[in-house]
Design a protein around this ligand. Structure first.
Ligand code: NAD
Length: 714
């Protein structure tokens, strides 16, 4: 790849050089340190050619401007010095652009992220297309590193410290129309005018290049805070406090980002860049970054994975039965993300009223905050219908059912669909607890029945678990996979069985937490220990959020299918009997503000009385973590053992995106590999002696321990 050209230069009659980046052999432009020599040569060429007055950098790919630096290159580095060197090479190349006396303008269409946006930041101006695909930002923090090619130095200088900090700390990707408001890009124009506008801007800057130009329009308050070291210290102190509270010390990158910005603003750009590359190198070697990079690659692999080898049906029209919490969400992602025609059917006007309102609110939100036009808003809504009769569903290609969790009702839905819709319609159920084969038992065409198990809230939760039973046809699975991906979901395909995969590995963890609660471990300690371990939400908060009524439906099925190891204390039943369902009843294990419904920070002391426990058991956070995670790890391996999941990759991503399993661990299987199967087995056996067979290691884990095997090669 390195000996083919990534850059090409065309000098126009008006003196503007169009520099096109088109990385050979890649569907997207990604930056590699091996391009540096070529980039230098191109920059020298335009700098030294007297005919050239200015340049425009543009992508030769339809897929976008530059998606970032090549993560594979980073993953292959084995030392902090090596990684720092990669960052330094990028910095020096971009500095050469920034130092050019002749203006250079970035013409951005599609993603300009990470190294791609750092390149654009080094240009003297940025024009972006108004396409929804066009996003700018520095998402490196998501991979456990920092923008190492000048991003931590140039963005704060361009748009101001307080604006830049959250963007870099959260790795936000900003759409063009918002980017222009923030000063991240200078102009947004229709794609057809992109090149001409960039050329015009470039020519307008000839002889007027100002390397210190800032887009930030600061008011007095911002100037007082940002333009002197004392004011800035206030901003940095607050940012550090916030980051520490949020990351619980699990993610080193955000603090390193703050250090880099502070160092650069206090010591100047040149020193700031050197410092940035050093910190980048250190971060790239951390376990956190290594695992997040692995998740990034396995995620990409999953997005391309062909689960069946069969082609899915062409889907134009999606029908949804039930316009409640889940149905309305499924309708929304089908309409707005997958861009399908959507019909939601509920049983009565009240039910459909909820769905109609939900869809309208979602469309209005897009109009207000996500830059769609009035025309697009109208078009989107014109592809939606809310109905109470079957007739309009007759041509739907797929029906996703999200009515109440009741087997007879689900059977009725299948029969209604078979009676009213076309013969080759796919019937997908969103059941959370009923075995799929039991639902399919009522079908004349069971091969067309599949489960699409979404998580709540549908619009936000990234995972979709697709479940097939023994008779589900491959083309039906592929149809569900295609629709799920079009809806923006990360899709795993699993085998039918109680709890499918996600709930099945979640419940041993949740049950162990419940056992500890009933032994008198304070509920807030259980939450805090697991958040400190790296879960985004603690298990007690999660139960309050989901509702014990919902969780309580899954547990008995798991117990019925898998027996004793899924036994749980009667905690859920006690909460259920007292109608302490959590957020939905403004009464759960936490206290709730009765007016706003907002969850408060304190546990409701009345819960301990209800549960009949004194919350005074002394236990370390590490012990809570070990005791609750081990049964989860064991169950995840059992799922692989019995074919519920087909690969550790699906098991890891299902856990991370389905329940927020500690992302920087890489997932349960990566965690076992890191600990060593032998150590996991030893710990399980130690707890087995104390608490019984719910800790008995499964055969596959024993085998891995005996033979020192790992789930991944690296
Ligand atoms: N809530 C969750 O977190 C969650 C997560 C995953 C899966 N699920 C599953 O999704 C399904 C729906 O759950 P929900 O939380 O959206 O319930 P919900 O109570 O919010 O909505 C159910 C909707 O179905 C409608 N309905 C009932 N009978 C109907 C019929 N005969 N025809 C058409 N519509 C009918 C109701 O009027 C209601 O609007 C359940 O199977 C549930 O187990 C729920």
């Amino acid at each position: 790849m390195a000996n083919q050209n990534a850059f090409s230069v065309e000098v126009r009659n008006d003196g503007v050089a169009i520099v096109t980046l088109d990385v050979p052999g890649e569907s997207m432009n990604v930056l590699n340190a091996s391009f540096a020599d070529e980039a230098y040569a191109v920059l020298d060429q335009v700098e030294n050619d007297p005919k050239v007055k200015a340049s425009v950098f543009i992508s030769g790919k339809d897929s976008g401007f530059i998606a970032g630096a090549d993560v594979k290159m980073l993953q292959a580095t084995t030392s902090a010095g090596g990684a720092a060197h990669i960052a330094r090479v990028g910095q020096l190349t971009f500095q050469k652009m920034a130092d050019s006396k002749k203006p250079i303008i970035a013409a951005i269409h599609g993603p300009a992220l990470g190294g791609g946006y750092e390149l654009a930041l080094a240009c003297h101006g940025r024009v972006a297309s108004d396409s929804r695909k066009t996003v700018v930002g520095l998402p490196e923090v998501m991979l456990g590193v920092l923008p190492g090619s000048g991003g931590t130095q140039r963005l704060p200088r361009l748009i101001g410290l307080q604006q830049a900090l959250p963007l870099i700390l959260q790795g936000k990707q900003v759409k063009a129309f918002k980017g222009v408001k923030k000063g991240m890009v200078d102009k947004v124009v229709p794609k057809e005018q992109l090149l001409d506008t960039a050329i015009e801007m470039a020519l307008g800057m000839v002889g007027k290049v100002d390397p210190n130009r800032s887009a930030a329009k600061k008011d007095i308050k911002d100037r007082l805070l940002e333009d002197n070291p004392i004011g800035r210290k206030v901003v940095f102190d607050q940012a550090r406090k916030m980051v520490k509270a949020q990351t619980k010390g699990n993610y080193p990158a955000p603090l390193a980002i703050i250090d880099c910005i502070e160092y650069g603003l206090n010591n100047g750009l040149e020193k700031g860049l050197v410092y940035e590359s050093k910190r980048f190198g250190e971060l790239a070697m951390t376990k956190v970054a290594r695992n997040l990079m692995r998740v990034f690659f396995t995620d990409q692999e999953l997005a391309r994975h062909d689960f069946t080898g069969s082609k899915g049906a062409d889907i134009q029209q999606v029908g949804v039965l039930g316009g409640g919490l889940m149905g309305a969400g499924i309708g929304t992602v089908s309409l707005f993300n997958a861009k399908k025609s959507v019909i939601i059917k509920d049983r009565d006007e009240k039910g459909i009223g909820n769905a109609n309102q939900h869809i309208k609110d979602a469309a209005d939100k897009k109009l207000k905050f996500q830059g769609i036009t009035e025309q697009e808003h109208r078009e989107l809504l014109s592809k939606y219908q809310g109905v109470i009769e079957y007739e309009p569903l007759k041509d739907c290609d797929i029906i996703v059912e999200a009515v109440f969790e009741n087997l007879e009702l689900k059977h009725q839905m299948i029969q209604d669909v078979e009676a009213n819709c076309k013969d080759d319609v796919v019937f997908a159920t969103n059941t959370s607890s009923l075995p799929l084969k039991d639902i399919a038992a009522a079908a004349k065409r069971p091969e067309q029945v599949v489960a699409m198990h979404y998580f709540s809230p549908v619009e936000k939760m990234p995972l979709l678990e697709i479940v097939k039973h023994d008779k589900t046809a491959d083309w039906v699975v592929s149809t569900a996979v295609d629709l799920g991906r079009a809806q923006g979901k990360k899709v795993i395909v699993v085998k039918d069985g109680a709890g499918f995969y996600v709930n099945r590995m979640l419940f041993p963890y949740a049950n162990e937490i419940a056992w500890m609660a009933m032994e008198g471990v304070p509920l807030d300690q259980l939450d805090k220990a697991m958040v400190k371990a790296g879960f985004p939400v603690g298990p007690i908060s999660l139960l309050d959020e989901v509702g014990v009524d919902v969780a309580g439906k899954v547990q008995p099925n798991l117990l019925a299918q898998f027996g004793e190891r899924f036994e749980a204390p009667d905690m859920s039943q006690k909460l259920l009997d007292a109608n302490r369902l959590g957020r939905k009843t403004k009464k759960g294990m936490y206290l709730y503000d009765q007016e706003t419904g907002k969850k408060l920070k304190e546990i409701d002391p009345a819960v301990y009385t209800l549960l009949g426990v004194e919350p005074n058991k002394k236990i370390s956070d590490a012990e809570i973590r070990r005791r609750s995670l081990l049964p989860l790890l064991n169950e995840a391996v059992r799922c692989l053992e019995d074919g519920t999941i087909t690969s550790p990759r699906d098991g890891d991503l299902g856990a991370i995106f389905g329940i927020g399993f500690i992302p920087f661990s890489g997932g349960p299987f990566r965690m076992i590999d890191a600990m060593g199967a032998g150590a996991v087995v030893n710990s399980l056996q130690r707890y087995e002696e104390l608490y019984g067979m719910r800790f008995t290691p499964c055969d596959m884990l024993l085998d891995y321990a005996r033979n020192a095997k790992t789930f991944y090669e690296s």
